[in-house]
Structure formats: structure tokens, C-alpha cells
Design a protein around this ligand. Structure first.
Ligand SMILES: [Zn+2]
Ligand SMILES: [Zn+2]
Length: 134
């Protein structure tokens, strides 16, 4: 299976080949801060499965060994590597897939750092678009 994806503005495009090793929704503080979002989905692959086909991501050192790759033009977070904890592995922000349904999420991780109300997010009122105004 070949999956394609990219950042919001289109400056960065990538292809990834083969099966994801896993797909986890991460609740950690670093992911939250870096994404500006309560949760971030990551698919994990062998590093050689990923090919950046357009542009060059900028790399941010988000922890001692953690490296977050993002689009320098639009800021979309794309990849994560950690040569110490996960040598030879690359994580891809699965919401940047052209078809984000291609690989279903399999687990939630780092819930020790989860925002309290996220535990009940699936119970919130849900609207097809926006709720009625007024
Ligand atoms: Zn971009
Ligand atoms: Zn995380």
C-alpha cells in the first residue's frame, strides 16, 4: 500500500510505502503544545518507508532526542523521529494523509498526560456542521 500526504499549503508532499507498524493517538504534553491540539495521531513506519517527494520540512528539536518535522511555510506538523528511543523509525502525523481513513487508529497513548475533559470527548453533543446559533 502506498499512502500519500502533505502539509496544508502543499509545499511539502510525501509518500509512504508498506504497512504501518502501529497507529496511536497521543495525548502527551509535547504533542499537544507542538500541534496546538488536544490529541495527535501518529502512524509508525520504518524510516526508509517514507519519501519526501516535494519540499523540505524544517526540523524542531522538541526534546533532547525528539525531532519534529514541519512545513516552514504553513506550520503543519508532519513527522517525528527519536534516534535514541526509536532508532530507524519515523512517525507520521496521520491527519496529514490525503486519505486519513486509510489506516485506522489502534490505541490511545500517554493518557497519563491527557487533558481531563478529553476522557469524555466522545460523550459531548455532536453536530454534522455547527450547532444552531442563538
Ligand atoms: Zn505547508
Ligand atoms: Zn505525544
Amino acid at each position: 500500500m502506498t499512502i500519500t500526504g502533505g502539509c496544508h499549503c502543499g509545499a511539502i508532499r510525501y509518500e509512504v510505502e508498506g504497512e504501518a507498524l502501529t497507529h496511536a493517538l497521543c495525548h502527551c504534553t509535547d504533542c499537544r503544545r507542538c500541534a496546538g491540539a488536544p490529541i495527535v495521531g501518529w502512524t509508525m513506519y520504518r524510516a526508509d518507508a517514507l519519501k519526501v517527494t516535494k519540499g523540505a520540512p524544517k526540523i524542531y528539536k522538541s526534546s533532547k532526542h525528539g525531532r519534529r518535522h514541519f512545513c516552514p511555510d504553513c506550520g503543519t506538523g508532519l513527522f517525528y523521529t527519536n534516534g535514541e528511543m526509536l532508532p530507524g523509525i519515523i512517525d507520521i502525523q496521520s491527519a496529514t494523509y490525503d486519505d486519513p481513513d486509510a489506516v485506522p487508529a489502534r490505541a490511545q497513548i500517554q493518557i497519563a498526560e491527557r487533558i481531563g475533559w478529553m476522557a469524555h470527548a466522545h460523550e459531548l453533543p455532536a453536530f454534522e456542521r455547527y450547532p444552531p446559533m442563538g
